[in-house]
Design a protein around this ligand. Structure first.
Ligand code: CA
Length: 470
């Protein structure tokens, strides 16, 4: 072999080695960019019922740890002020009215329409493309017909219940399944399901869900499997039920309802603590994004506290849609931030999709934003120019643009919104007059968005009928 040929061979070999190294680096980067995702969602929790939003009577040290070691969102919004649609938004990363999920669907296992349309991709379906395994532990609420079962919607594991609300004490779970329901609300009493099988439980439901979450993380860690866990506690949604273990922590709270509510939140906080502990034990802290939020604001019937915000669950005032919201990604998102620009629950999907560079069907574009550039300080701008809300049944609307909010809350005959400079009280005396230009600009933006939406596609939970024979 002449020298020239030898040089060529050497160069080829060097090139192959270089390519090999580049591939390894690329693979490592991919690992760093493909974190696990845990979404912990509470149900009907008040904005001011976590320590990181100033709660004094209910200690939430574990939930607070997520905010303290990551980011507290000052203005964290959900896409709807009631359970079902808010979760449909979270799970698709899209405004749920785009596919007609305008309110809570009827609980009807025979209705193949009353749920999250199968034409929509869930966060679990999408993450499967990046080799994630996904679990939902807790409340599903995305339809009870077999077509809507979590295992048909991209999830690999399900532990919980299909309907909206649920009883907490095991001796009250007396119905084998939804086929035994003969009247409205009895679905609160169905037995817990693991995948497709009913199981017997013997513990307080919140503790059962925490147990299942810890088991799941353990199992994924053992098999080195990348995962997404959607831990959807039904606490502190009614019925107000708590065990002595948690009630005894609040001897100083005299109001019985608030005391029980506090106990329910405390049980969730214990569960969050156990999840965090498990992540640390398994060395997953720096490879796991953990998000905490409530599905809507505090409700009238559960003794929650929305602090300075006007309104409650069901309202498009801040109290209905602004929720306790925090995110942690140790080692990547700088800790101890108080992020003040508005963010949305829809951003969770957009963020994880972007991190994994997953292609989204252009017919189902996401409405959220990748939050990472904003939380790592690379982008100092606003994640959202505009956020929208609509309650189709009530002719209610809201739009947030910059520091302005235009809102017409429920029970109005027509959309006659009021304009505010962002103000927590949203009181009559704060309504902005003589701002015709801003008013019409926001109304026009909202009307434009409204044209992209669908009317309701299913019977509602409030419809009078419930029989599986109908
Ligand atoms: Ca709720």
């Amino acid at each position: 072999m002449n020298i020239e040929a030898l040089q060529r061979t050497m160069m080829k070999k060097t090139l192959i080695i270089l390519l090999f190294i580049v591939n390894i680096i690329h693979a490592q980067n991919r690992t760093e960019q493909n974190p696990n995702l845990i979404i912990i969602m509470t149900d009907d929790m008040g904005w001011a019922d976590v320590g990181f939003n100033g709660c004094k009577d209910i200690p939430t040290p574990n939930i607070d740890m997520i905010a303290n070691q990551g980011v507290r969102f000052e203005e964290g919004y959900v896409s709807f002020p009631v359970c079902g649609p808010s979760r449909a938004g979270l799970l698709t990363g899209r405004y749920q009215d785009r596919f007609g999920f305008t309110t809570n669907p009827s609980i009807d296992p025979n209705n193949p329409v009353a749920g999250l349309p199968t034409s929509e991709e869930t966060i679990a379906t999408v993450l499967r493309k990046a080799n994630y395994k996904s679990a939902i532990i807790g409340k599903w609420h995305m339809g009870t017909h077999p077509d809507f079962h979590p295992l048909e919607r991209g999830f690999d594991y399900f532990y919980g219940f299909l309907s909206g609300g649920h009883n907490y004490f095991p001796d009250q779970l007396t119905l084998n399944d939804l086929s035994e329901v003969t009247e409205k609300w009895q679905w609160y009493r169905t037995k817990i399901i693991e995948n497709r099988t009913k199981i017997e439980t013997d513990d307080y439901l919140t503790d059962e869900l925490s147990d299942a979450a810890v088991r799941y993380i353990d199992k994924q860690a053992e098999s080195d499997q990348r995962f997404m866990l959607y831990l959807a506690y039904n606490a502190p949604h009614t019925p107000l039920q708590a065990t002595e273990k948690y009630l005894s922590r609040f001897p100083e709270i005299k109001d019985k309802r608030r005391k029980t509510y506090a106990a329910m939140v405390s049980a969730v906080d214990d569960g969050v603590g156990r999840v965090l502990q498990k992540l640390e034990e398994k060395g997953l802290d720096e490879n796991t994004i953990i998000v905490f939020l409530s599905d809507n604001g505090g409700a009238k019937n559960n003794a929650s506290n929305n602090g300075p915000l006007r309104g409650l669950k069901g309202d498009l005032f801040e109290g209905g849609i602004r929720v306790p919201f925090a995110i942690r990604w140790k080692g990547t998102i700088p800790e101890g931030q108080n992020y003040k620009n508005p963010v949305s629950s829809l951003d969770i999907m957009a963020t994880i999709v972007s991190l994994n560079q997953i292609e989204i069907n252009p017919k189902r574009t996401l409405d959220g934003v990748d939050l990472m550039p904003f939380l790592t300080g690379k982008n100092k701008g606003l994640p959202h120019d505009i956020l929208f809300w609509r309650k189709w049944e009530q002719n209610a609307m809201a739009i947030r643009k910059g520091n302005y909010k235009l809102v017409a809350n429920q029970n109005k005959e027509k959309y006659i919104p009021d304009l505010y400079q962002m103000d927590l009280s949203e009181s009559e005396d704060k309504i902005l007059k003589n701002k015709d230009k801003v008013y019409s600009e926001l109304l026009s933006d909202w009307n434009q968005w409204n044209k992209e939406l669908k009317d309701r596609i299913f019977p509602t939970l409030q419809d009078r009928w419930w029989t599986t024979q109908d």
